[in-house]
Structures are given as structure tokens and as C-alpha cells.
Ligand binder design. Structure first.
Ligand code: NI
Length: 177
């Protein structure tokens, strides 16, 4: 287990289409997930995708525990999601602020589907099938975008709503995805 360096926007490895995982419950997969969790926790991130540490596989992790410092943030169960497929349940979109560990110190206002179903597998190959809304849905969409080489700035509709966290939200601590 190790805390890995997180690639930053501009690194071409963040722009690749990641590959499906075909072998589950292997020492290599468990080691990758340990590294991802440890890196995400060390940086107080909400989520992390394998490509962000240079591993080109369709693997994401995310977790939001209730934290009194972020009273508005909904809790999201700790999840390992492999080979995910996201299906919007309707056309409803919601805009909200996002950050990303690959763009440290920045925030942007990003539209996301409000209600989605997501399916995939956990590290042992067991099926995951959830229907979620709001912040949970946003986190999943953000992380899974990384698997297709998409960073959130490309989804911002109004580039005046993109900038440094310290300037946009002075004095506020905010977590990155
Ligand atoms: Ni991100």
C-alpha cells in the first residue's frame, strides 16, 4: 500500500479511454484498490479513479462520510466500482460546484444528471446495481468520466463559473473529487 502521486490536468494519461478489468479478486487488483483508498484518504478526496494514479483501468472508488465540517454534503457509502455503466433515469440536470484532485485548488460549476442508475462490479466481481440522486449521482458521474478521459472543465457551460477555490469561496474548506 502506498500513497501515489495524483496526475494533474495536462498529463496525457488523464485523457485515455481506460480498459475493462477482466480478472477479479486478484492480488494486483486488491493492491491497486489499497493504493487508491490510501491516496484518496491522504488527500481528503471524495473519490478517485485509477487513471488519476496512472493505472489505465476502469476502476473508481468514492466515499463521503458525514462530516460536521461539511454539513451540506450528503453521505455516500464507501464504494469500489469496476467496469461501471451509468444510465440517466431522465433528462433532469442540476448544476453544482465540483473540484478534482487532478485540478488542485480549482472549482467549476458543472451540470450533471440528477437521477442515475449505475451498475458495475466490486473487487470480488459481485454485481452492484444502484439507483441514486443528487450528490451521490454527481460523484459517480465525475469519477466515471475519468475512465473516458473527461475532466470536469470540459463540461462547464459558463466559463465565468470556473476559478480558484480561495477566490470563489474565501475561507471555506472544500473537498475534491
Ligand atoms: Ni476528479
Amino acid at each position: 500500500m502506498a500513497i501515489k502521486p495524483v496526475l494533474r490536468m495536462g498529463d496525457a494519461r488523464l485523457l485515455r479511454h481506460a480498459e475493462n478489468v477482466s480478472a477479479f479478486d486478484t492480488p494486483e487488483l486488491h493492491a491497486l484498490l489499497s493504493d487508491m483508498r490510501e491516496t484518496m484518504q491522504a488527500l481528503s478526496g471524495v473519490g478517485l479513479a485509477a487513471p488519476q494514479i496512472g493505472v489505465n483501468l476502469r476502476v473508481v472508488v468514492f466515499e463521503v462520510q458525514h462530516n460536521p465540517r461539511y454539513p451540506d454534503a450528503e453521505a455516500v457509502p464507501g464504494t469500489v466500482l469496476i467496469n461501471p455503466v451509468i444510465t440517466p433515469l431522465n433528462e433532469a440536470l442540476e448544476e453544482d460546484w465540483e473540484g478534482c484532485l487532478s485540478l488542485p485548488g480549482l472549482r467549476g460549476l458543472v451540470p450533471r444528471y440528477l437521477h442515475v442508475r449505475y451498475r458495475g462490479q466490486d473487487e470480488r466481481g459481485a454485481l452492484i446495481d444502484r439507483t441514486v440522486s443528487g450528490f451521490h449521482a454527481r460523484v459517480v458521474q465525475h469519477e466515471c468520466d475519468h475512465l473516458d478521459g473527461i475532466l470536469y472543465p470540459v463540461r462547464i457551460q459558463d466559463m465565468t463559473q470556473f476559478g480558484y477555490t480561495e477566490e470563489l469561496f474565501p475561507g471555506q474548506e472544500m473537498r475534491d473529487e
